[in-house]
Structures are given as C-alpha cells and as structure tokens.
Design a binder for this molecule. Structure first.
Ligand code: G4F
Length: 325
C-alpha cells in the first residue's frame, strides 16, 4: 500500500485530497496537523487517516514526522494562503511558506530519495499581468504583488533547486483560484455565499465586500486534487516531464468578482445590494487585477483539468454554508 503524507490535511484542499484518495483505495493517508488545529473538515474520515501533530517551520518536528511515516508521496499543501494576511504578517507568511517547504525538502534529499513531493504553488506568483499576456502561460514573467506571492515563488524555486542539486522528485503546480464546499470563510467565494444566505434569512440587508472589479479563473477544488494525484502518478511512472517544471492548473475562463456575486445571488434568490467595506480592500495597486490561465501544458499530460461546471461548485459551496449557518 502506498503511503501518502498530506501537510495541511485539516485544511480546505487537504481534506478534499484525503477524500479523493480514500475513494481510490489502496493508499494509507497520513496528515500533519498543528497544535489545536480544527478538525471539522476531516471528522468524517478521522478514523481512516493517521494524524501527526507538529510545526512544519521546525526542522526537528518535520524530521520526527517524516522518520515515522517515510512516505512515498508528500503533498505539501500547508501554508499561510490568505493573501491579505501576508501584508499583516509578512515575516510569518515567509516563514511558514518557505521554511515549511525547505524543511520537508531537506529531509527528503537526505533520507527519502524516491519520494515524490508536490509543492502547491499559485497564480499569485504571476501577480501583475498585462492584457497581451492573457491567458497566462507558465513562461510568463513573475511580477508578484503580495508577500504571499513572493513566498510561493521562493517555494517553487526551492523545488527546482532541490531537483537540480539533489534529484528530489518535485512537482511544481501553479493553481489558480479553486473552491467548493469547505472553502475558508474569509475567501471571496465563501464570504459572498455566507452573506447571500444571511440576506436570505433576514440576518443582514446588504453585502459588505471589497474590490469587486478583479477577474479570477475558478476551478473546483475536487478537480485540482484529482490533478495533483494524476501528476504524482505520472512522476511515479517515470514521466520526467512533470518534474521540477511549473504547471498551471486552471479553467482558462475568467470571472469578474461582481459577476460571481450576481451568479451566487441568483442561485440563492436574493437581489444584490452592496456596501463597499474599506477593511476588505487591499493596499493600493496591490490587488492582482486579472488572472486567467492557460493549462495546455498540463492538459497534454493528464487531460482536462477543470471538469466540474462552476454552477456545481457554487451549489456545493452554498449547501456547505447553508448547513453551517
Ligand atoms: O478570495 P480571495 O481572497 O482570493 P485571492 O486573493 O485571489 O487568492 C486565492 O487564490 C490564489 C490563487 O490565485 C491562491 F493562491 C490563494 O491562496 C487564494 O486561494 O480574493 C479574490 C478577489 C480579490 O481580488 C479580492 O480583492 O476577490 C476580491 N474581493 C472583493 N471583496 C475580496 C473581497 N476578497 C476577500 N477575501 N474578501 C472580500 O471581502
């Protein structure tokens, strides 16, 4: 049986990856959790996975966990992934996102030479993109606009260096926005959905949100985790084209956030009245205006990335928040 370690297994994407792998069978899943991590996302599978408490920024902690598990695959998903928080806590963002990765890579290069390590990167690495560069290919220049974006550029570069220097089998994905049920409450899809349901229930009368003019490329997180696994299987089968090379994961379709809000309002059945909340605005000139990706490179290897229609993802998210509220 293959041993898979998911860092950040209690998180939104980590828990969906665990669900997906359990549905395939023939894998033993191990997960890292932090002290006092909320287990809500994995309560339904807790008896099927093995959890290890630790701090990924602490090399000793990482060594202890990896020595115990000795995984065949590591999906490194644990991160400080909320872009605005990276301006509030820049050092912490860099520490968690860079040291976490390097501690894993260090152990793998010393003791786990055959292990396949997927480092989850992001479209935020591209940052500012010009109209004539759309849809964004992997060859696009990086102009990150957030500390978070910089932290993920560094993580990706580390993945490249550890492959070139030591032969560590790294997979370097750049996922564009992804969501479905369990999406963290502070991200825009969840914030809009929660507020829409609160308006429906008469708990509030307006949306209170930040900048609705940006464009994002959305994929269902369940498609993203399927792609993570398919890429790892390519690597396991000796396909070197998936190693240490950036791979966009996206749908290729852009939505203005305002249009997403209108779509959610339509499904929930409310009329969207909006107040701009200045606290939800990012620093001037720092909100990435447009991210639409090109995923031809990865689709030539593993087939279609974005299979689940956005309406299904929205319904999944709405159902999730309906039960939570
Ligand atoms: O949901 P967001 O906070 O996601 P963002 O910044 O695009 O980052 C997400 O996608 C990345 C991949 O592209 C990931 F790497 C990252 O970890 C994360 O998952 O904001 C999306 C857009 C932004 O332009 C933001 O300004 O929505 C806009 N927005 C408008 N009002 C808001 C709000 N975002 C948030 N979080 N809250 C608002 O009230």
């Amino acid at each position: 049986m293959q041993k898979v370690l998911i860092t950040g297994v209690t998180g939104f994407v980590g828990s969906h990856l665990a669900d997906y792998l359990l549905s395939l069978g023939d894998v033993q899943i191990y997960g890292t959790i932090r002290h006092r991590s909320k287990l809500d996302n994995i309560l339904h599978i807790q008896d099927k996975i093995k959890l290890f408490e630790g701090d990924l920024t602490d090399a000793t902690s990482v060594d202890c966990i990896l020595k115990e598990v000795m995984p065949d695959y590591i999906f490194h998903l644990a991160a400080q992934s909320f872009v605005p928080y990276s301006w509030v806590a820049p050092s912490e963002t860099l520490k968690v996102n860079i040291f976490g990765a390097v501690n894993i890579l260090e152990f793998v290069r010393r003791y786990l030479k055959d292990c396949i390590v997927l480092l989850a990167g992001t479209s935020e690495e591209y940052g500012l993109v010009y109209q004539n560069e759309l849809p964004i290919k992997e060859s696009n220049v990086f102009r990150p606009l957030s500390v978070y974006g910089i932290s993920k550029v560094a993580q990706e570069n580390l993945g490249y260096v550890y492959y070139r220097s030591y032969g560590v089998k790294t997979i370097l994905t750049r996922s564009f926005n992804h969501f479905c049920g369990r999406r963290g409450f502070e991200f825009v899809e969840s914030k809009i959905t929660r507020q829409a349901l609160e308006i429906l229930l008469g708990k509030r009368d307006k949306f209170s949100l930040g900048n609705l003019d940006t464009v994002r490329d959305f994929t269902d997180a369940r498609d993203i985790v399927r792609c993570y696994w398919l890429l790892s299987q390519e690597a396991a089968n000796g396909n070197e084209h998936v190693l240490a090379t950036p791979l966009n994961l996206c749908s290729g379709k852009g939505y203005v956030i305002k249009d997403l809000l209108n779509k959610i309002s339509g499904i929930v059945g409310i009329s969207p009245i909006i107040d701009q909340d200045s606290n939800s605005l990012r620093p001037k000139n720092a909100d990435v205006p447009i991210l639409i990706g090109d995923c031809l490179k990865v689709e030539q290897i593993i087939g279609k990335v974005s299979k689940i229609p956005i309406e299904d993802s929205l319904n999944h998210l709405i159902e999730y928040w309906r039960l939570k509220i």
